[in-house]
Design a protein around this ligand. Structure first.
Ligand code: CU
Length: 152
C-alpha cells in the first residue's frame, strides 16, 4: 500500500475507533464542540501580502470551558487551512505534512478553506494554557500563518 494511503487508512481507523491522537477527538487543546453549546463566535481572516501569510487577528483570549465557533474567511488567493492544537502538536503535524504534502484530514480541529471561501470549526477548550491555530500547508507556517489562543 502506498505510504499516504496507509496513513489515510490509519487515520480513518483512528477516527472510527475514537483513539486519541494529538489532533484526534480529544487533546490537551480540547475537544470537538457541539453547535448547540457555542458560547462565542470568533471571526478570523486568512490573508497574504508582501511575502507574508497571516491570520487576523493573530491572538485571541478566551475562557476555559468556552465552546468557540471559529468562522474563518480566506481573503487570499491560495488555499489555506486552520488547525487548532498544542504548539507541539502543530509542530509534529507540520513535519508530517512536509513529508507528505498531499495529506488530507477530516479532523474536528481543522478546516481547509478555498480562496474567497469560509470555513468553520466548533471547538471546546477544556484546559487553560496557550494553544495555537496554524496553517500547516508546507511553507505557510514559516511565512507567518500562526496565532495564539490564550485560555484562562
Ligand atoms: Cu496557508
Amino acid at each position: 500500500m502506498p505510504k499516504n494511503l496507509a496513513f489515510l487508512a490509519f487515520a480513518a481507523t483512528v477516527a472510527l475507533t475514537g483513539v486519541s491522537m494529538a489532533h484526534g477527538p480529544s487533546s490537551p487543546a480540547g475537544e470537538a464542540g457541539h453547535r448547540g453549546s457555542v458560547t462565542r463566535t470568533v471571526e478570523l481572516t486568512m490573508a497574504e501580502g508582501d511575502g507574508r501569510m497571516l491570520f487576523e487577528p493573530a491572538e485571541i483570549t478566551i475562557n476555559r470551558g468556552d465552546t468557540i465557533r471559529f468562522v474563518v474567511k480566506n481573503g487570499g488567493a491560495l488555499e489555506h487551512e486552520m488547525v487548532i492544537d498544542t504548539l507541539e502538536g502543530n509542530q509534529r503535524h507540520k513535519a508530517a505534512m512536509e513529508r507528505n504534502p498531499d495529506m488530507e484530514h477530516a479532523d474536528p480541529n481543522a478546516v481547509k478553506v478555498e480562496p474567497a471561501g469560509t470555513g468553520e470549526i466548533v471547538w471546546r477548550f477544556t484546559n487553560s494554557g496557550t494553544f495555537e491555530f496554524a496553517c500547516l500547508i508546507p511553507g505557510h507556517y514559516q511565512a507567518g500563518m500562526h496565532g495564539r489562543i490564550n485560555v484562562r
